[in-house]
Ligand binder design. Structure first.
Ligand SMILES: Nc1ncnc2c1ncn2[C@@H]1O[C@H](COP(=O)(O)OP(=O)(O)O)[C@@H](O)[C@H]1O
Ligand SMILES: CC(C)(COP(=O)(O)O)[C@@H](O)C(=O)NCCC(=O)O
Ligand SMILES: [K+]
Length: 312
């Protein structure tokens, strides 16, 4: 079993990858907000692993990404105490030897870098990763796997919470898409405003980015809130809630062992390579048509890059 730990601003996710089955088999989440007690985490993880029959001795390695600096040390301690091994912490220096590059490796969130690595491993071409987390982010990966940029704005829950916190009369509402886009009472007005508003925002942002690039990208959605905006389903080539966790795994496995040249882990191909007429394309004005050559727009693949990792 490989364990990926993703500490985001709302949740810490622990996900177990079964190397024999080549898939994520278990996922355990705790809230990242407020403090958390290591003793409580140890107790709960112990019960979770007992219940799901995951032996601590089956663990081969741990990869760890945190975009919350104060979570790093406690979770490293937890891994050492509970699993008896140190996790590999993803940081700026982790990206040397990877096809996905950034000009500011110490600034970009490691979760976004993991998303980029996992998405590029699947599509081997330009992609935009939309992460519906505490923040809503768009990570733009170019044809050669370089990070071209990131757009960051408040996530859906964050936007709703900000309205509630910063106004006298607006309540905190459930994240439910109403049937009508025209609000008829205060709760409905906020839901229509935020959920239909964000739907249009995501569509518009994807269009604007691809117009600026001048070519079509594969669009991947991830994050806890990636399935809330139903009308966006057709805009994504893939929705994968394990994307960050998969990136953590790929980056960790790509790290050079002592006295060994860096190699990127090879995993089984499950999605046809770009240019394959059977691959799925998204909708919208930039959607490539079935059979249209994608390779012409996306030259220069890295020969060392795996074609795709296997999830689900
Ligand atoms: N399955 C789910 N259903 C509804 N809300 C969820 C689900 N998973 C996560 N969330 C919520 O979505 C928000 C973003 O979650 P997540 O993507 O884990 O954020 P982060 O990576 O910033 O910690 C959080 O408010 C979280 O509580
Ligand atoms: C943008 C983020 C806040 C997203 O975090 P999340 O919503 O997943 O908790 C995080 O990736 C971050 O703190 N990034 C650093 C700034 C940057 O990526 O440029
Ligand atoms: K995240």
């Amino acid at each position: 079993m490989f364990l990926s730990i993703d500490a985001g601003n709302s949740n810490v996710v622990f996900a177990f990858y079964d190397e024999q089955q080549q898939r994520w088999t278990h996922e355990y989440r705790i809230s990242s907000q407020g403090g958390f007690s290591l003793a409580k985490l140890e107790k709960e993880m112990h019960l979770y692993m007992l219940e799901h029959r995951i032996g601590r001795d089956t663990l081969t390695a741990i990869g760890f990404s945190s975009v919350v600096p104060e979570r790093i040390e406690p979770l490293e301690d937890f891994c050492r105490r509970f699993f008896g091994r140190s996790p590999y912490l993803i940081q700026g220096s982790s990206y040397a030897g990877l096809p996905v590059k950034t000009t500011k490796p110490d600034e970009i969130g490691t979760d976004l870098m993991c998303n980029a690595v996992a998405a590029y491993a699947r599509f081997l071409g330009p992609c935009i990763i939309v992460d519906f987390g505490t923040a809503l982010t768009f990570t733009v990966v170019g044809p050669e796997g370089q990070i071209m940029g990131v757009n960051i704005l408040p996530g859906l829950k964050t936007a709703i919470r900000a309205l509630f916190t910063d106004t006298a009369k607006l309540p905190e509402v459930a994240l439910e898409l109403p049937t009508s886009a025209i609000g008829k009472d205060t709760v409905h007005s906020i839901q229509a405003g935020v959920l239909y508003g964000y739907t249009s925002l995501v569509k518009g942002m994807l269009q604007t980015i691809q117009e600026e690039l001048g070519y079509r990208c594969s669009i991947v959605a991830t994050g806890g809130l990636s399935s809330i905006l139903h009308p966006l389903a057709g805009s994504f080539d893939l929705t994968d809630r394990y994307l960050t966790l998969e990136g953590i795994r790929l980056i960790t496995l790509a790290q050079p062992k002592k006295n060994k040249a860096p190699t990127f882990p090879r995993t089984q191909s499950a999605v046809p390579a770009p240019g394959n007429p059977n691959r799925r394309f998204g909708s919208g004005p930039f959607a490539a048509k079935r059979g249209q050559s994608f390779r012409a727009q996306t030259p220069g693949k890295s020969p060392t890059w795996p074609s795709r990792s296997h999830i689900n």
